[in-house]
Design a protein around this ligand. Structure first.
Ligand SMILES: *Cc1c(COP(=O)(O)O)cnc(C)c1O
Length: 438
């Protein structure tokens, strides 16, 4: 019988994360302090983030970073995640391509976000921090951080983008089950929130605004650190456990990917899956293509500019050298909340600038069409974010069919969509609209 799913044993789960910046010829440009305009220091970052994450953020020399035993032990609750050969999807498309996906939706919170949440909560606990605060878009990051905080005995406070808070009430409930204090953003509880609400009382929120609020709370509260679920290099570092596992699993399957695809919000599941494979391109051994799939409504990689910009709306975060639509860009209310972010992580930005990765933009209805086809063929309802990766994968698989090429494609199923059924309802009833960048 043909093998569909590939797993690693507990001892094969990676014990180190991969730091791609050690292997990059052109390192990302340095982040600048918003206060001084000079390159940011570890101490400045550590005012906001845990000390260890601040150190990791600026580390461009150590190729491998050890995964703490305590974190790795929690990883074994759900890792390795399966690598799956998508025979069903291949047959539905009639493509000669071999399609694989790495299924991160099997984590306890339903997405890849837990890989970094566990690491960040662990470092906070170890450093004597008592409270963590963060923002969440669709709710996946907030859910992951709420759970990870519970695991390591910390209090968590989450600012959830208002549109998601209203569209996805169950995510709020899940965070609350894990003991998090959840506030819809923009809120009147911070100066950043008040400023925005005064100007636009009906503003439905964005990740940029929610970040401003969480950062402000962290700065104002003793014993409280801030944690970010995407964009930052240390977050992507933690996510490389995805690609390192996938590399071993592809080997078990006897294949190596020609194309690796992931959806792109700030770049953590993309970098997490791609960077371990990209290291073989950087060393000249492979010529794999890497495709970031972003929403047409928020196309920072395909239409943004490469420049220094803030990570948040109010300008509290460091200035990041990245592809950005501008920190005041207000993305349309698409369902893929996790992709509604104006900028791209600095590593992926540099790699795109250097032509080492590619990007494509996907319209919302195209994403959901792909998601429904995948669900029928593979029996898993994908997260709206992941639907963008699936759409990009299908486009490549169809090209293979047209050209009669048998390529191997690997994509990241970053999460499941079981709490996003209102979005699927809207799609199925024909009431879903597409947005272009305005
Ligand atoms: C948050 C999220 C994303 C986008 O974030 P990245 O950092 O770009 O990976 C994608 N998919 C899911 C399921 C998410 O929760």
């Amino acid at each position: 019988m043909r093998q569909k799913r590939f797993f690693l044993t507990e001892s094969e789960i990676p014990n180190r994360w991969y730091n791609i910046t050690a292997d990059m010829q052109n390192k990302p440009q340095q982040m600048l302090s918003p206060a001084t305009g000079k390159p940011i220091t570890e101490d400045e970052l550590a005012e906001l983030f845990s000390r260890e994450c601040s150190r990791q953020e600026l580390n461009t020399t150590d190729r491998w970073i050890e995964i703490p035993d305590e974190v790795r032990e929690k990883y074994t609750y759900y890792r390795s995640t399966p690598l799956v050969r998508a025979y069903g999807l291949e047959e539905a498309l009639g493509t000669p391509a071999h399609i694989y996906f790495k299924n991160e939706s099997v984590s306890p919170v339903g997405s890849h976000k837990l890989n970094s949440a566990l690491a960040q909560a662990y470092y906070c606990k170890k450093e004597g921090v008592t409270n963590i605060t963060t923002e969440t878009g669709a709710g996946q990051w907030g859910t992951a951080l709420a759970y990870a905080s519970k695991v390591f005995g910390l209090e968590s406070a989450v600012y959830q983008v208002k549109i998601s808070y209203e569209q996805k009430p169950y995510r709020r409930s899940i965070m609350q089950v894990f003991g998090a204090l959840v506030t819809p953003s923009p809120s009147m509880s911070t100066r950043a929130g008040k400023d925005i609400l005064t100007k636009s009382p009906n503003y439905q929120g964005s990740l940029g605004t929610a970040i401003s609020e969480a950062v402000e709370l962290a700065r104002m509260t003793p014993g409280c650190k801030y944690a970010l679920g995407s964009v930052m290099s240390h977050v992507t570092l933690h996510q490389t456990v995805i690609g390192l596992e996938a590399e071993k699993q592809m080997e078990m399957a006897g294949e190596y990917p020609d194309i690796v695809i992931a959806c792109f919000g700030g770049g953590s599941n993309f970098g997490g899956l791609c960077f371990p494979f990209l290291r073989h391109n950087l060393s000249g051994k492979r010529q794999t293509r890497f495709i970031a799939a972003e929403p047409a409504a928020c196309p920072k990689l395909t239409e943004g500019r490469f420049e220094y910009d803030y990570g948040d709306e109010a300008g509290y975060t460091p200035l990041l050298p990245m592809f950005t639509l501008g920190h005041d860009f207000r993305p349309a209310n698409i369902h893929a909340g996790g992709l509604r972010y104006h900028g791209a992580g600095v590593i992926a930005s540099q790699l795109l600038k250097d032509g080492l990765i590619e990007a494509t933009d996907i319209a919302q209805t195209e994403a959901f069409k792909a998601g429904c086809l995948f669900a029928e063929a593979e029996g898993i309802i994908p997260a709206p974010e992941s639907c963008h990766a699936i759409a990009a994968c299908i486009a490549e698989a169809i090209k293979c069919k047209e050209k009669g090429e048998q390529k191997t494609i690997l994509f990241c199923l970053s999460g499941h969509g079981l709490i996003d059924m209102t979005a699927y309802d809207q799609f199925l009833s024909g009431n879903m609209t597409d947005f272009k960048k305005q």
